[in-house]
Design a protein. Structure first.
Length: 516
């Protein structure tokens, strides 16, 4: 029986076509890295410039829709049968959400982003490296890592969880669109949608892993004088491949959960250490002020564009972020859905939309806030170091503290665990996507995706094609934004119909009792 299931997994169209497309992209990167980067970058730049307004409006709408679901009558709907309880503890659930959704990005940008905005303010008329620049830098760092980003994951994850656990559908993106139209979606269109989700996931994670590997190598070079070259980076990919494949094969309730919990303990440990070792009062004050600024400017920042001045900052940062997380949403949404059975919609939205961003705010305030304090009051020139090499920013920051070597080693471990948890969650989800929604994909399928992701990451590092693949990932965000809007419509229509049917059943039962 097991062999039969594996044979079906290998023979389905989504697996074969998406694997071929991903392999061809990798080969293009090897044969003509410049050609891939040039063509993909041109298309991605056009989309970013021409459809930035569409990304901003759509993601703002996703935030509003999530809040509506959480605090409306639909919030009490359980993702599963009424008697079902959550499979994972709250801490384990949040740990897995955080690790899968942020990956190593929060470590990479925790110091670098506030200091980058500090040196190059997002708003015109603000003097670089001034107190006002620091305030705006923290405000926009919160915004870029806040509720908008997680609303995208919430929409996709909630729809997948609702239709699978409530309506007994498969854990596939195409299955969330059944309520959009009365006409049945053709199998070819479903296959195309699922292939797009797979390609977006692979290109997104391969690029992120590549950048994470570059950061690990930069840290090893900066702290321990290891060589910084492509072959060293390929070796890091190899170590990472072994770790994430073993973790994914052992399953969600073992490998992925254990790594995610370890990851969260390290995150909490780092935050507590630097909160009390750094300028504690300054960190707390900057956190409170940034939260206030974030909430006060929430609507304005949500729709901020610069058609009159022609400034490109919002396109380079906010719109880039929104497109990037939309590209990641099939993976994160699928993983979040898989681990959220038994929770109510209200629990789901609050847990996914609110809690991970709040943890990110604390990380940004502690690390970014301390970095700003050092530049403002201690003249450490961290912002200059960041502008020279973003990848080493966190290690330059750590150098300002005692136990520098130990802290750097632990930070490298944290980055590696972040990368491994992102990768193992990804190959698990890719296994589901390419096994016709089977919630327990075969180890063979997961291993193949593990090999493909490692190979693509290594090839692109050697051929310097990361920029090209990143652009390819961003191109996939545009059609997937349209799909997300349709998913939202389908989800609402299905919940509305369910509530209406339950209300009618209640009326019928009451009428029958009265008749008796």
């Amino acid at each position: 029986m097991k062999k039969s299931k594996e044979r079906v997994s290998f023979n389905n169209s989504v697996f074969k076509i998406s694997a071929i497309i991903v392999t061809l992209f990798a080969l293009w990167g090897v044969i003509s890295p410049g050609g891939l980067a040039k063509n993909a970058s041109a298309v991605a730049s056009y989309i970013n410039h021409s459809f930035g307004w569409f990304y901003l409006a759509s993601v703002a709408g996703f935030v509003a829709f999530c809040l509506f679901l959480a605090f409306s009558k639909y919030g009490s709907i359980k993702l599963g049968q009424e008697h079902e309880k959550p499979e994972f503890s709250f801490f384990a659930w949040i740990s897995m959400l955080f690790a899968a959704g942020f990956g190593a990005g929060i470590v990479f940008w925790g110091v670098a982003e506030p200091l980058t905005h500090f040196a190059n303010p997002p708003l015109s008329g603000i003097e670089p490296k001034s107190a006002e620049a620091a305030r705006v830098a923290m405000n926009y760092s919160f915004f870029n890592w806040g509720f908008h980003q997680w609303s995208v994951f919430t929409i996709v994850g909630l729809a997948l969880a609702y239709f699978q656990f409530r309506k007994k559908s498969k854990l596939l993106v195409s299955e969330t669109l059944g309520e959009v139209s009365k006409k049945r979606i053709s199998s070819k269109l479903k296959t195309s949608i699922n292939i797009l989700a797979v390609i977006a996931t692979v290109t997104g994670v391969a690029t992120s892993l590549g950048m994470g590997v570059l950061q690990i190598n930069a840290g090893l070079n900066y702290v321990f004088s290891f060589p910084n070259n492509p072959w060293m980076q390929v070796g890091i990919v190899g170590v990472m491949f072994i770790l994430y494949t073993l973790s994914a094969i052992t399953g969600v309730d073992k490998g992925i959960k254990i790594l995610s919990n370890t990851n969260m303990f390290l995150v909490i440990g780092f935050m507590l250490f630097f909160l009390f070792k750094g300028p504690t009062v300054f960190i707390l004050e900057s956190f409170v002020l940034a939260v206030g600024d974030y909430l006060h400017n929430f609507v304005q920042m949500s729709f901020y564009l610069t058609p009159y001045s022609g400034d490109k900052w919002v396109h380079d940062w906010t719109i880039f972020y929104w497109a990037w997380v939309i590209t990641w949403s099939p993976f994160v949404g699928s993983f979040v859905a898989r681990i959220s059975r038994g929770r109510t919609i209200r629990e789901f939205v609050i847990g996914v939309l609110i809690i991970p961003p709040v943890i990110a705010f604390m990380w940004m305030a502690i690390f970014g806030g301390t970095g700003l304090y050092m530049d403002l009051f201690q003249n450490t020139a961290l912002s200059e170091a960041v502008s020279k090499d973003v990848a080493t920013a966190i290690f330059v920051f750590l150098q300002q503290f005692p136990l520098y070597g130990i802290l750097s080693l632990l930070m490298l471990v944290l980055i590696m665990i972040f990368l491994v948890t992102s990768a193992d969650s990804t190959i698990y989800v890719l296994g589901i996507m390419t096994s016709d929604g089977n919630e327990n994909p075969s180890n063979a399928v997961k291993a193949i995706w593990g090999v493909l992701i490692a190979a693509i990451t290594a090839v692109l590092i050697i051929s310097s094609g990361l920029e090209g693949l990143q652009s390819v990932a961003l191109i996939a965000a545009l059609p997937f934004t349209v799909i997300m809007i349709l998913i939202s419509i389908s989800l609402f229509k299905s919940m509305y119909s369910e509530q209406k049917a339950e209300k009618q059943d209640h009326v019928n039962i009451t009428t029958q009792r009265k008749a008796q």
